[in-house]
Design a protein around this ligand. Structure first.
Ligand code: PEP
Length: 255
């Protein structure tokens, strides 16, 4: 079923002690709000923070996610962290396809699909990011729609409808991530509607209706409510503003 989600992507920020404190505050906030099951709060701290944070959050109220996982199962892959290791820590979801991973770590659809399959094999949910660059946006709707479609067709759309139930899409225009530029509510709605139609074409109308599609890109308390109010926007993937407990709380309220 479609969920209403506010997810925090902490990226490579906070010390372990700061992260534990932040997670505790988010968890206390979630407990106080006592949200219904379809309204979910997700946090994605760095790998190093996951184990101690799993000890302090109320896992019924806050979903623990990782920001990445390896494209292989356990073995001689120095520095990597596998989906099964994450599962063992109490992680329930993993962000894949973030534009920073695509840009700085050259992750392409082939690599992402391997990660998706391994994460699914461990029963993890996938928060799959897609979105166009500034140049692609400026080239017009034909081009940016095709870019987004290709990012989905080559990866999550190869999954069975059953597997796809574990996928949450995050539309994150690259030009809006960490830049202070935000898509207008209309721009966000246009792409979310487009993505939902493509899901219906690839699967069926019910699958499309049930899929959670988040917006991400410089969301903050001052702009989130308008974006979240659009009919195909089911919440947000939040970077910078998820590092401040008060702002993150306001974003949860906005949703
Ligand atoms: C992100 O990195 O997923 C993101 C949306 O970042 P920010 O909110 O900082 O733009």
């Amino acid at each position: 079923m479609r969920k209403l989600i506010v997810a925090g992507n902490w990226k490579m920020n906070t010390s372990v002690a700061e992260g534990v404190e932040l997670a505790k505050k988010v968890s206390e906030y979630a407990e106080k709000k006592n949200l219904p099951a379809e309204k979910q709060i997700v946090i994605a701290p760095p790998f190093t923070h996951l184990a101690p944070i799993a000890q302090v959050i109320n896992a019924d109220k806050v979903i623990l996610a990782a920001q990445d996982c390896a494209a292989t199962t356990n073995g001689a892959y120095t520095g990597e962290v596998s989906a099964s290791m994450l599962k063992g820590l109490g992680v329930k979801a993993v962000i894949l396809g973030h534009s920073e991973r695509r840009q700085y770590f050259k992750e392409n659809s082939e690599i992402l699909l391997k990660k998706i399959k391994l994460a699914l094999a461990e029963g993890l949910d996938i928060i799959f990011c897609c979105g166009e660059t500034k140049d692609q946006r400026e080239a017009g709707a034909n081009l940016y729609n095709n870019v987004i479609k290709a990012q989905l067709v080559d990866t999550v759309f190869t999954l069975s409808a059953e597997e796809f139930k574990k996928v949450i899409i995050a539309y994150e225009p690259v030009w809006a991530i960490g830049t202070g530029l935000t898509a207008t509510p209309e721009q966000a709605q246009e792409i979310h509607e487009f993505i939902r139609k493509e899901i219906a074409n690839n699967y069926n109308a019910q699958v499309a209706e049930d899929t959670t599609i988040l917006y991400g890109g410089s969301c903050k308390p001052s702009n989130a409510a308008e974006i979240f109010a659009k009919k195909d926007v089911d919440g947000g993937l939040i970077g910078g503003a998820s590092l401040k407990a008060d702002d993150f709380g306001k974003l949860i309220d906005a949703r």
